[in-house]
Design a protein around this ligand. Sequence first.
Ligand code: FA5
Ligand code: MG
Length: 452
Amino acid sequence: MVMAISHSFRFARASLVHHSNGLKSFAFRIPVSSVSTLATKKKFTQPVASLLEFGGVKIAKDDVVRDDPTNNVPDPIFSKLGMQLHRRNQHPIGILKNAIYEYFDTNYPNKFDKFDDLCPIVSVKQNFDDVLVPADHVSRSYNDTYYIDPQTVLRCHTSAHQAELLSGGHNHFLVTGDVYRRDSIDSTHYPVFHQMEGVRVFSPEDWEASGLDGTAYAAEDLKKCLEGLARHLFGSVEMRWIDAYFPFTNPSYELEIYFKEKWLEVLGCGVTEQEILKRGGRSNNVAWAFGLGLERLAMVLFDIPDIRLFWSTDERFTSQDLWSSVPRSLTYSYFHAVFPGPIGDQIQAIFEAKSVLQLFYFGFPPCYKDMSFWINESFTENNLCEVVRGVAGDLVEEVQLIDNFTNKKGMTSHCYRIAYRSMERSLTDDEINELQWNVRDQVEKKLNVVLR
Ligand code: FA5
Ligand code: MG
């Protein structure tokens, strides 16, 4: 049976998990026609550009989405490519990026070079080989990564840019960008999210005076830097370091923050593998690197209940009138104490908008539909989720395996519960029934499973 792996642990734990369909899911692809008319009604869709531009390079839709078995990028993913939420100063993701920039500018003036418009279309070499991801690593599979062709992917982490920036002579840098992963569906997983990568290179004179070796010195500096960042964002907060594994760092760690009675993994990091530095022309150096998830941090900071809300274009959410009409709450002073200055103002604006978002969000009830089917050898949960998203778009809130058994003949049945909920309006019974009917139809056709 294929186990669903949480992508937040993908690079950390993938070496311990075996995907039974691993690299053989090459043939899976969702044709353009699978996007239902319901989910694409004008009012609720994102603007879809047919031509995108990154740093002067023009990219047409045909360059990214093709009807070809080596391409598994569906239409809705292409529509996210040019959105660049991290470059919008009034968006929670952009505000968070700026808050992190502020921390680095204050503590390391003029030191870190910042990149936030590197093209998300990268080579397999950049995304995997350059950061030493083994040839058989699960993250390379068509089940986990969006491939444009066998040599080109949508980056699944900002680490894809480490090698080229090191070779380009950068010794301190931050890279922010949208990253793409085929994944399960729930309130904290979306196939597009944002990461910020940080890299700092040291020379022997940096660590020699400390009496530590280079690796120990870099590890200590890394932890100090990130603990400071966590305090800058969250105020005084309980945190802990967890030993982790990444192919590109050794030792490796994850930082967890205690927030709202839960430990939350917010970033992965470590001391850069010497091989990466050697290839980047830095044999005598030592470096640290980190990659943090901006949505994770933003959901906690702004109390955003569902990851789909970052993508809402509903006029009621984006209208300036509405935002400015929300009464200033008591928490205003709290936010200003934690985030003084202009960033405090911006965060306050979002905090107000967020209260409105939650008001709407919790105002509309979810509707649950179950479906059972006999799976086949090549079935994966990620493929199922892609089909469901292809039909229902952002109206699907969660896809959850609720029953699973194998009969005497060796046939395995799965029952999935699909939660439908709009963040913007009430869905009618007819609408949900039509969605579910389309989902059943598409699941049967595209995944070759037998409905029960
Ligand atoms: C990575 O992507 C590594 N490239 C991070 C890294 C960089 C390690 C440099 C060492 C050196 P991971 O898959 O764990 O690791 O993702 C990093 C962070 O992204 C997670 O801690 C989490 O905050 C966020 N993240 C991962 N998957 C998701 C997801 N599906 N939704 C939201 N956030 C996610
Ligand atoms: Mg992780």
